[in-house]
Design a protein around this ligand. Structure first.
Ligand code: NAP
Ligand code: G4F
Length: 373
């Protein structure tokens, strides 16, 4: 068991929660950065917060913000971390078009602020740094499959800010000898994914539609192709990157690409029905085609499944289109496989199945609550 000290920014997010679990299982003392919000966003890590007797020596939360360099310096000075995982970000690509300056501040300058704190506190040779870089850097792709050597072409304020952070890490590595790594992670999902990202939006909404809680799923560009993996598998790589002799940058991906439309079809099948597409462009609609009585009976029980063949449940809403879209992402993680012996454990079908099961359970509980209110 390790007795290392880690600081994790973005600990309340999807990856933060999985990484916390991993680091705790390895015996780390984990410090997390949380920002002040009017309603707490700690749901994903509440099991650690509400068990202080079990975790009070190993887990600590600190108020601070990636836009506030003084808070970052104060925390880093106090805890003298062996490792910093910078997962905090305004992580929504579409939102970054509405808040470009804030996104640049958090995602770009936020990284610089941490690196400057490490440098000014003379921790460059003690503290290892992981940067949550992204496949969005490839944007308008310059090669059909993307690896560490593929040129970048960012297509959103989010990606442009992440590009600044990516190069800042490399510059601090070369200029000051910092052990800093970029994990260029392709999309990774889970039942803990925020509901405004497309995969979770699909499993969350279809589950509620099946229980009759809502009527429709509104989507944007269903032709976009993404390389989706499971967040649990990907945080393992974040940790592994910081355990090597030399700091390097790695692509982490499943190596499979699928469309948003296919994700809808697979999620629907997991619930127990198939989808038929009709129309084109913004007029395209998704209808319930066939229902699998066995699967529906086993999951829903009598009378709780509210759909029948012909019901129109998916529509296009141009609101979700982006001013500049990333049409295709498809990763080549050969370097991670060869150098770190890493490959994803969870298949695409297992990922969708896990997300659907969790969202069906949540929807079922909502129905029960509604019944007794
Ligand atoms: P997420 O669920 O959206 O979590 C983002 C985290 O950042 C949350 O804890 C959030 O806090 C925190 N945060 C936001 N603004 C902050 C600020 N100003 N100061 C401090 N913390 C702030 O994202 P994720 O999916 O876990 O992704 C983790 C990181 O990997 C992000 O940097 C993301 O850009 C990057 N990434 C993600 C993927 C992916 O597919 N998931 C792929 C490549 C790269 P609140 O809880 O208070 O909002
Ligand atoms: O789920 P998304 O919002 O993820 P996106 O834009 O790929 O970004 C995620 O992955 C990146 C890694 O490549 C991370 F860096 C980033 O932080 C984030 O985690 O959208 C995926 C695709 C896009 O092409 C989008 O246009 O789905 C398309 N889409 C279609 N309808 C939609 C929707 N996206 C969202 N969020 N909502 C829709 O209704």
């Amino acid at each position: 068991m390790s007795n290392k000290v880690a600081l994790v920014t973005g600990i309340t997010g999807q990856d933060g929660a999985y990484l916390l679990k991993l680091l705790m299982s390895k015996g780390y003392v984990v410090h997390g950065l949380r920002r002040r919000v009017s309603v707490p966003t700690t749901q994903r890590i509440d099991e650690y917060i509400f068990a202080p007797q079990e975790h009070h020596n190993e887990f600590h939360l600190h108020y601070g913000d990636l836009t506030d360099g003084l808070s970052l310096t104060r925390i880093i000075q106090r805890i003298q971390p062996d490792e910093i995982y910078n997962l905090g970000a305004q992580s929504h690509v579409h939102v970054s078009f509405d808040s470009p300056e804030y996104t640049a501040d958090v995602n770009g300058l936020g990284t610089l602020r941490i690196l400057e704190a490490i440098r000014n506190l003379d921790l460059t040779h003690k503290t290892r740094f992981y940067q949550a870089s992204t496949s969005e850097l490839y944007g308008k792709i310059q090669s059909p499959q993307q690896s560490e050597s593929t040129p970048f072409y960012p297509r959103s304020p989010y990606a442009v800010a992440k590009l600044f952070a990516y190069w800042t890490v490399i510059n601090y590595r070369e200029a000051y000898g910092l052990y800093g790594c970029n994990g260029i992670l392709f999309n990774h999902e889970s039942a803990m994914r925020g509901t405004s990202f497309v995969t979770r939006k699909i499993t969350y909404t279809l589950s509620r539609i099946a229980y009759g809680l809502i009527d429709k799923l509104y989507l944007g560009n269903m032709n976009a192709l993404r390389d989706w993996g499971h967040a649990r598998d990907y945080v393992e790589m974040q940790w592994l990157m910081l355990q090597q002799e030399q700091p390097e940058d790695y692509v982490i991906a499943s190596g499979e690409r699928r469309s948003v439309r296919e994700f809808v079809e697979v999620a629907a099948r997991e619930i127990g029905f198939s989808i038929e597409w009709r129309g084109q462009g913004v007029d395209e609609v998704g209808l319930v085609s066939e229902v699998d009585p066995e699967k529906i009976g086993a999951t829903f029980g009598k009378g709780r499944f509210k759909l029948k063949p012909g019901d129109e449940i998916v529509n296009i809403d141009p609101y979700y289109f982006r001013p500049t879209e990333v049409d295709v992402l498809w990763g080549d993680a050969s370097k991670a496989r060869e150098k770190l012996n890493w490959s994803p454990k969870t298949s695409f079908l297992e990922l969708v199945s896990e997300m659907v099961a969790e969202d069906l359970e949540q929807a079922r509980k909502q129905v029960v609550v509604n019944q007794y209110e």
